[in-house]
Design a protein around this ligand. Structure first.
Ligand code: GUN
Ligand code: ZN
Length: 431
């Protein structure tokens, strides 16, 4: 058994439903054995109960559950920061040409390594990773993900109309390629397969139907795509699918909306769609930095809460501005502050959205996302650079909430000291 002594915080309960959902142990400890959390609490009782445990003294660090990124595109790391365009122009001009470069396995392999390392370096232990259009590139991503030790769900992205023809596959070929990848990777170690039509705008009904068929074939697979991101996109989908009453129905018709579905953005959603998302127990990946970067709009968080639609954070790199869920939490906070009917969020909400809410969206609630005994020991140790702004702020913070607020505002990749999955380090910052 190992005991990590640190300032420990987590949100085992939903702060949108309960007050005091943030649990903090100032002189805290997490006891880990065989990859699982045995105890989390104040150091004196936890340490006292296990006198023979190996002690890791991280009193200068903050220990949080590992972050969960519910939406990130691995082919897009190289175009982070492509400014000046809204969604459809950004896809045409910057994003899809970059994604086409993944036809080259050498380019794709190096990128897969950098992205997976980047996730871990930012404290992310679990991610739903939007894939490549090229099966060979996607194979390389799965191989890197397996080597990394992270919990990754990913899959082949499919499109068969519009945008960039080099990225198209015929529906039957898409089904076959997806099935082949899933047979190799789905359920292997910490990896899972996710079925991913890019979005309805780039898919025919036949393609969406083939995605539905693949999803129903794979036990425990996720389904993910985009929904209601941008007004021009929503109008174009309505034109392309004259039979559909709204965007969501284009996925519903083909059996793609259920408890294992995660749909990104949902900024321009109707009340009927919210009702149906809730009834289906589907989740939304809320990507606030991307929503701001592409000028897509402000996420209607209050309407999602009122409708009881589950949502969690996604970085949405490359429209998002980085792989750091702490930054994403800050952006969510700021966007709600600017919205006319915004939700007043606090640090506990942000931590919940970056951890446990994401775990639930990906079907891993109760296994990861908080530090409850019995959970897998996925955690991140944050140790701010000694001479930096965050260290100065933390030295003066007078409560756990204040400290956690400072962490969301100021902690980034350079504060991530170590990241563990099932108790084993997957990333240790070079000192
Ligand atoms: N909709 C379809 N593809 C994409 C993408 O790559 N990024 C975002 N933000 N939206 C999309
Ligand atoms: Zn996306």
């Amino acid at each position: 058994m190992t005991i990590v002594r640190a300032r420990v915080m987590h949100t085992p309960r939903d702060p949108f439903a309960e007050p005091d959902a943030l649990e903090c142990f100032e002189d805290g400890a997490v006891a880990v054995a065989e990859g699982r959390i045995v105890a989390a609490g104040d150091f004196p009782p936890v340490g006292g109960a296990h006198p023979d445990a190996t002690l890791v003294d991280a009193r200068d660090a903050l220990l949080l559950p590992g972050f969960v990124d519910t939406h990130v595109h691995w082919p897009q790391l190289g175009i982070v920061g492509a400014m000046g365009l809204e969604l459809l122009d950004w896809l045409r001009a910057r994003t899809l040409p970059e994604e086409a470069r993944l036809a080259n396995p050498a380019y794709a392999g190096a990128l897969a390594r950098d992205v997976v390392r980047g996730l871990a370096a930012n404290g992310t232990t679990t991610a739903l990773v939007f894939g490549s259009h090229f099966p060979a590139a996607q194979e390389l991503l799965f191989a890197e993900a397996e080597r990394s030790g992270l919990r990754i769900a990913s899959g082949l992205v499919v499109s068969d109309r519009d945008l960039l023809p080099e990225l198209h596959l015929a529906p039957d070929a898409a089904y076959d390629a997806g099935l082949e990848l899933a047979q190799r990777w789905h359920g292997r170690g910490r990896l899972r397969y996710a079925v991913m039509p890019r979005f309805s705008l780039s898919c025919s009904d036949h393609m969406l139907e083939s995605c539905g068929a693949l999803a129903s074939e794979l036990d425990g697979a996720l389904v993910t795509s985009h929904l209601n991101e941008n007004p021009e996109e929503v109008r174009a989908v309505a034109q392309r699918f004259p039979w559909a009453r709204d965007y969501l129905e284009t996925y519903e018709r083909h059996g793609l909306v259920g408890p294992s579905t995660v749909l990104a953005h949902d900024v321009h959603v109707t009340d009927s769609e919210l009702e149906r998302l809730a009834a289906a127990r589907a989740s939304v990946a809320h990507c606030p930095s991307s929503n701001a970067f592409l000028g897509s709009g402000i996420f209607p968080m209050r309407r999602h809460l009122d409708a009881k639609v589950a949502f969690a954070l996604g970085t949405d790199v490359g429209a998002g501005t980085g792989l750091c869920l702490l930054n994403e939490g800050l952006m969510a906070y700021q966007a709600q502050m600017l919205a006319a009917d915004g939700v007043r969020l606090g640090p506990a909400h942000l931590l919940w959205l970056a951890t446990r809410a994401g775990a639930q969206a990906l079907g891993l609630g109760g296994r990861v996302g908080d530090l409850t005994p019995g959970s897998e020991a996925d955690y991140v140790l944050l140790r701010p650079p000694a001479d930096g702004t965050l260290a100065a702020a933390l030295a003066r913070s007078e409560s756990a909430e204040q400290a956690l607020g400072a962490v969301f505002a100021l902690a980034r990749e350079d504060s991530v000291a170590q990241v563990c999955v099932a108790g084993e380090p997957v990333y240790t910052r070079a000192t």
